[in-house]
Ligand binder design. Structure first.
Ligand code: GDD
Ligand code: MG
Length: 363
């Protein structure tokens, strides 16, 4: 059971036109990483609980047969919260199942987590990872035997006594859903875990790769970690030993510095530098003398001559005029047109379809 009902507001404008689960990450829809990870651990029957833009998620992923997975979708009549969404799926679930927050990139050892769950006789086992600042997450304090002593969702900074947080990957016994009232909005973190403390709630600490990709900065971090091989994914194989995946149809006259991914029909003009840490999706063109570093440019976008793109995300179908600089975590939404000689930086987010004339902005 994967929860993908959130609106992905913190990832706008990328999620203004594309639902978060199918926002492209390196070379595939984000949620594909999760499906591939599940399959690696023998899980091939998946229910996705959708809210926002459910039909477009289904259109991109289909029935999962392409990935060797049975994929079913549930649409909530209204947002039911993290427990209410699972309650709605109760009749479709096995006695023991895995539940996942749909916004994390990880290679946690689910097989071992499931084995620990069975060995302890737990009712719920939460995967746990250490983070520097637990205040944005669900904080967990464990006993010696890995039972949970305390669970605090979004703790205030003065109550943080551990750096272990819930990674959003759970093994559950279906009877836990007896604690959830039907047809209501219920939060599993705030209303269910507290009831299970001392009554079958366990933690499975892991030191695997883990990232919640919910913001542009983390989206870029996730991209870099995938193409640097810090997280185990199928993309690693595509990159090979030279850490480059350049499609045979790409025309490269400039220089490409690994790790980098250049897809079908990409064109890099003379004197341009692409990489390190760059992803150019299908049909992207990069003008002469332009630098693209630590950045992602999505399908069909055209970058002019003499531009500098660093630490930025450019969604599909954008046009960027000559000598424009896009840096500092800026994000261009789909179909944005930026004229020549602009400077876009400091986390600026430009919404889909916006047009800026030449020399309009300097920050
Ligand atoms: N179907 C459905 N319906 N899905 C939902 C709903 C809903 O009403 N509300 C949230 N979700 C989905 C989101 O799309 C996301 O994939 C997941 O549930 C978790 O919601 P977030 O809004 O991303 O929560 P969070 O990141 O603040 O906190 C959660 O994740 C942390 C780890 O990233 C909590 O589970 C924390 O305890 C945890 O540490
Ligand atoms: Mg989240």
């Amino acid at each position: 059971m994967i929860l993908v009902g959130g609106q992905g507001t913190r990832l706008r404008p990328l999620t203004s036109t594309v639902p978060k689960p199918v926002v492209p990450l390196v070379d595939r829809p984000f949620i594909s990483y999760m499906l591939e990870w599940l399959r690696e651990h023998g899980i091939d029957d998946v229910i996705m609980s959708c809210g926002f833009l459910a039909t477009s998620v289904r259109n991109v992923l289909g029935d999962g047969s392409g990935m060797g997975i049975r994929l079913r979708f549930i649409e909530e009549p209204d947002p039911r919260g993290t427990a209410g969404a699972v309650k709605l799926a109760e009749p479709m679930l096995d006695e023991r199942f895995v539940m996942l927050n749909g916004d994390v990139l990880t290679d946690i050892d689910l097989t071992e987590q499931i084995a620990q769950h069975a060995a302890t006789g737990a009712r719920a086992t939460l995967a746990l990872v250490p983070v520097a600042d637990p205040t944005a997450y669900g904080l967990v304090i464990l006993e010696e035997n890995r039972s949970v002593r305390e669970f605090v969702e979004k703790p205030s900074s003065d109550s943080v006594e551990s750096n272990l947080i819930s990674a959003g990957a759970y093994v559950l016994e279906r009877d836990v859903l007896d604690l959830v009232a039907p047809d209501r909005n219920v939060s599993i973190e705030r209303e269910v875990w507290p009831l299970l403390v001392g009554d079958g709630l366990y933690g499975y600490p892991s030191d695997s790769y883990w990232l919640d990709i919910g913001t542009p900065a983390r989206y870029l971090q996730g991209t870099f970690d995938i193409i640097e091989g810090n997280v185990e994914t199928a993309v690693r194989e595509r990159l090979g030993s030279d850490w480059l995946a350049v499609h045979e149809s790409a025309e490269v006259f400039g220089r490409v510095i690994p790790p980098a991914v250049l897809e079908r029909g990409v064109r890099v003009a003379e004197g341009a530098h692409v990489g390190s840490l760059a992803v150019l999706a299908e049909g992207v063109s990069v003008g002469a003398g332009t630098t693209v570093e630590r950045s992602v440019i999505l399908n069909g976008s055209e970058i002019g001559e003499g531009c500098q793109l660093r630490d930025c995300i450019v969604a599909a179908g954008c046009r960027v005029g000559a000598r424009t600089k896009i840096t500092g975590g800026a994000v261009l939404g789909e179909g944005v047109t930026i004229g020549a000689d602009n400077v876009i930086t400091r986390g600026a987010r430009i919404f889909p379809g916006v047009t800026l004339p030449d020399g309009a902005i300097e920050f």
